[in-house]
Design a protein around this ligand. Structure first.
Ligand code: GDP
Ligand code: IMO
Ligand code: MG
Length: 425
């Protein structure tokens, strides 16, 4: 059984937890998109792991972990994660494979990310400043790139790096009036990265097709959420890659038809970090209640997440373009205590009602949400493992979401721990 896990909202839906659970039945877990802008949390007993580049299967000692071509790899973050896990007794030797074609995020990308955001002022995207946009821009531009495999050739690497830094310095000084960078320290760092990461580097497309041919079970771990997709999200307030189900084949080199089940992950409400439209946002005490109760602060940047009601228009759209088969609904416990809950079932735009998400921010700015109100529940649900024991209003809420998005909810999160999950199959 091969599966792919995809975020259905604006990221941080709880994908790390779902991947960790599904990894139990998988031989290989694959990160195929994004970079260290992602922050995926896994909680096992008293241990908490926040992973940015390593697949969430890495905390399981025997799971093979693969980072494929389309992941933009910040070597410093990746080395930090590998060594961080080693300090906790989890070693990745012989079970981590990094694509030789993955592009490297280097210091000038992070500097450029910051300079671009500063220059946009109030119009800034609110990026994670992890260098993701600049690295992907360079990748599409093709002329100024370093990939993992380039670390194998120190002489070629030096020539490439010097010409890139020369070009970047022209941009930094002329466009942004910023200080130029020195290529020397970046080159030294690359030599260090080579020593640490080349032992894990190979052709991951060949590896994955070999593993699939041997009947191994592969789990693909999407980063971000569909609303942040460069082509299908709330552009320009998105990340710089395909993060929906459409990104999986391009990112990994494995065709989507080899995936048996696409699992969408959504929170029982909605959150977003960074700027951009958010139709169901609750900029009030209910939003604050959800933020406090759900600990809604970014895993990567620590920024407070914006919170709002569940948006079935958003989730249905993500289900449609992601080819989603089943849904994991997380953080149901966070809604406990609210008297009344609302689900957005349609938008009214210019006097017309629509249930299909318009991926155009001018239209979205005019969207008025059409809500269905549902009664809340008060009883603690964090220790429950059986759907039938949930308060009836919680059961009705889940059923209403299933009906709205026309997909079965097969997993329900009732707390951050691996064990705090209700399964329904
Ligand atoms: P990801 O980016 O989709 O992997 O999600 P993050 O890890 O960035 O954010 C999800 C947060 O919610 C993490 O702190 C998780 O530990 C936590 N979490 C996941 N599922 C649940 C749940 O069902 N209930 C609660 N209360 N917390 C959860
Ligand atoms: P996970 O995988 C939430 C958001 C940023 C910003 C926009 C662009 O943990 O769900 P970028 O640094 O990618 O150029 O920023 O995208 N963003 C995320 N938001 N979760 C993520 O990943 C995100 N990755 C990027 O906050 O709004
Ligand atoms: Mg996250």
């Amino acid at each position: 059984m091969n599966r792919c896990v995809i975020g259905l909202q604006w990221g941080d839906e709880g994908k790390g937890k779902v991947v960790d659970i599904l990894a139990e039945d998988s031989d290989v877990v694959v990160r195929y998109n994004g970079g260290s802008n992602a922050g995926h949390t896994v909680v096992v007993g008293n241990d908490k792991f926040a992973l940015h580049l390593l697949p969430s299967g890495s905390v399981r000692p025997k799971t093979v972990c693969v980072i494929t071509n389309a992941v933009v790899v910040d070597p410093e973050v990746l080395i930090g994660e590998i060594e961080g896990l080693a300090r906790r007794g989890i070693t990745l030797s012989n079970r981590l494979f990094i694509s030789e074609n993955a592009h490297l995020v280097l210091d000038y990308h992070k500097k450029e990310d910051q300079l671009r955001e500063e220059s946009l002022g109030k119009k800034k995207i609110g990026t994670t400043i992890r260098g993701i946009g600049p690295c992907n821009s360079d990748k599409m531009g093709r002329s100024y790139c370093i990939r993992m495999g380039d670390l194998r050739d120190p002489i070629g690497l030096e020539a490439k790096l010097r010409s890139i830094v020369e070009y970047k310095n022209k941009v930094f000084t002329a466009v942004f009036k910023a200080e130029p960078m020195d290529a020397g320290p970046i080159l030294e760092k690359c030599k260090f990265y080579a020593g640490k990461l080349l032992p894990f580097t190979l052709d991951t497309t060949e590896y994955l097709h070999g593993a699939l041919g041997r009947g191994k079970s592969v789990l693909f771990e999407g980063a971000q959420g569909t609303m942040l997709d460069i082509d299908h999200g709330t552009f320009p307030f998105v990340t710089s890659a395909n993060v929906s189900g459409l990104g999986m084949p391009a990112g990994s080199g494995v065709p989507a038809k080899m995936v048996d089940e696409f699992v969408g992950v959504a929170k029982a409400y909605t959150t977003r970090v960074g700027a951009g439209p958010f139709p169901t946002e609750l900029d009030n005490e209910i939003g604050q209640y959800i933020r406090d109760k759900g600990h809604e602060y970014g895993t990567t940047t620590g920024r407070p997440r914006r919170c709002g009601w569940f948006d079935a228009v958003v989730a249905s759209y993500s289900v449609a373009i992601g080819g989603i088969d089943s849904v994991a609904l997380m953080h149901l416990d966070t809604l406990t205590g609210l008297d009344e809950l609302k689900v957005c079932v349609g938008y009214e735009i210019d006097g017309k009602q629509t249930a299909f998400f318009p991926a155009n921010i001018d239209k979205l700015a005019k969207a008025k949400c059409v809500y269905q109100a549902l009664p809340g529940w008060k009883d603690d649900i964090t220790q429950l493992s059986d759907f039938d024991r949930l308060p009836s209003n919680a059961q009705n809420y889940v059923s209403f979401i299933e009906k709205s998005i026309k997909k079965p909810v097969t997993m329900i999160g009732v707390g951050p721990n691996r064990s705090q999950t209700i399964f329904r199959r």
